[in-house]
Design a protein around this ligand. Structure first.
Ligand code: BDR
Ligand code: CA
Length: 315
């Protein structure tokens, strides 16, 4: 499989993404870095190790990264969305190992980029602090990796933490700005697409009925997640933010409806903080080439992703 490096803030949809990557025949998960976000970076690392152990991936190195954004403080994760432990208050069986402490997440990413030069796919599904740090550590990083896929932002739809800002970008707009303007092939998976691909109550039942402990644990976690999203969708279901980004990284090909556009992150302290300002002015004429544009923005996906995810997680 293709070498994939994951940076995450292991909450519930991150857990689904990790399980998906482990189950994907074309993916070789070579390392995971964790960040604050849904939960603190230490707990995110523990959650990750426990999930990797459940999925038979005890060999994958896990390094702890940023506990706060590049500037300013972090005020704790949203326990009402991901539970007090990040994984919906499910007690996962403890992995038989601890996260690496001799190497930061940024350093692990840089090491993996050298080890898999020209081939590494970087997938970021949390705040972008670790990736921004890695760009500082190794200025050639953009030329060492094959591609970067980021779950974050909102192009034409509202945000989810403020009227305009999505959580991963809002949690560290300075880092997001650096990562989105670095000279690497980057695909952004915004709320525009993730809010349209759902996991349903019937899918939860399928996971709970699985033979393996990992899908069953994921089914249990979803209870808390569904409770939160009832207010958005009017029924027990949830959007597949992080697994969708994982699927784009796993396939490697960018979906059809993904123009390359200029994306600027608002890092000011005003009401626009964390907004991804996407230059979609060419929409009616099929997005003509913008000389300064560098972000591939995924706006729609052709097929429903939920059934594909459940199939992968349970077969
Ligand atoms: C993103 O924020 C996090 O809470 C989720 O795990 C996802 O990465 C969605 O806005
Ligand atoms: Ca996440």
């Amino acid at each position: 499989g293709r070498p994939v490096y994951l940076d995450c803030d292991t909450g519930i949809d991150d857990s689904l993404a990790i399980a998906y990557l482990m189950a994907h025949p074309d993916v070789d998960l070579v390392g995971v870095g964790t960040s604050f976000g849904n939960i603190d970076a230490h707990r995110a690392a523990r959650n990750t190790l426990d999930l990797l152990a459940l999925g038979g991936h005890d060999h994958v190195p896990v390094a702890i990264g940023a506990e706060k954004p590049l500037s300013g403080a972090w005020n704790g994760g949203p326990a009402h969305i991901h539970g007090a432990n990040g994984v919906g208050d499910v007690e996962l069986p403890r992995a038989g190992r601890e996260p690496q402490t001799d190497e930061s997440a940024a350093d692990l990413l840089v090491r993996m980029a050298h080890e898999h030069e020209g081939e590494l796919r970087v997938l970021a599904i949390g705040p972008l602090t670790n990736l921004a740090r890695a760009l500082d550590v190794e200025t050639a990083l953009p030329y060492l990796v094959e591609s970067v896929v980021v779950m974050g932002g909102a192009a034409r739809v509202p945000g989810n933490v403020t009227p305009v800002a999505e959580a991963n970008i809002f949690n560290d707009p300075d880092a997001a700005d650096r990562v989105l303007s670095a000279d690497w092939p980057l695909t952004l998976i915004p709320l525009d697409v993730t809010m349209e691909h759902l996991i349903e109550e019937s899918d939860r039942a399928t996971l709970l009925a699985a033979d393996e402990p990992l899908p069953r644990a994921l089914g249990q976690m979803l209870d808390v997640y569904y409770e939160f999203y009832v207010a958005t969708y009017g029924r027990r279901c949830a959007p597949l933010h992080d697994p969708l980004a994982a699927a784009v990284a796993a396939v490697g090909a960018t979906p059809v409806m993904a123009p390359t556009v200029q994306v600027v992150v608002d890092a000011t302290d005003g009401p626009g903080r964390g907004q991804t300002i996407c230059d979609l002015r060419g929409e009616r004429v099929g997005y003509p080439v913008q000389p300064t544009a560098r972000v591939r923005l995924v706006l729609t996906l052709d097929a429903p992703f939920g059934p594909h995810l459940i199939e992968r997680l349970t077969s």
